[in-house]
Design a protein around this ligand. Structure first.
Ligand code: HEC
Length: 124
């Protein structure tokens, strides 16, 4: 889980398929082919309902979804981008903007080499 402040102002969950989660647990890097990591993001909104129960403003919950991003490992197919294919969906539909897709790898390439272009660490 992560919270981005600033203009994004979202709350996000990162999920992996079995291959990705097993690699996380075993510390296997690079991730093997077939690993899929999903990042789901939602607006970060105060919960008046929960705050009423707590008696003070302290509760924030996911609001409307913003977008879902995916990293898919296939070392051969995505050889030019560190072995990862990237995708973004809004409202269940793929975002086909080439300009957007060109932003993913250069930024993920800034992750430490030992982390195989992935920023998120495993939370047991
Ligand atoms: C400006 C840098 C930047 C760009 C551009 C960017 N990411 Fe990320 N991405 C991050 C950071 C930092 C995290 C971890 C923090 C977080 O989740 O809030 C992350 C997390 C992720 C994750 C969860 C796994 C991981 O690597 O931590 C996925 C999946 C992901 N990004 C996909 C994408 C896709 C797809 C694109 C392009 C559409 C993209 N990212 C563009 C910086 C970036």
């Amino acid at each position: 889980m992560a919270h981005e402040a600033g203009s994004l102002n979202d709350i996000r969950a990162v999920l992996g398929n079995d291959i990705a989660v097993q690699s996380y647990r075993d510390g296997t890097r690079p991730f093997p082919d077939g690993a899929v990591i999903a990042r789901l993001a939602y607006k970060y909104v105060p919960s008046e309902e929960n705050n009423a129960i707590f008696g003070q403003a302290q509760s924030f919950v996911p609001g409307a979804p913003t977008n879902a991003q995916f990293s898919v490992k296939d070392a051969q197919r995505y050889a030019d981008t560190g072995g990862w294919g990237f995708g973004q969906f809004e409202d269940g539909k793929p975002n086909r903007s080439a300009a957007l897709m060109e932003t993913c790898y250069p930024c993920h390439a800034r992750a430490p080499t030992k982390d195989d272009f992935v920023f998120t660490h495993y939370t047991p």
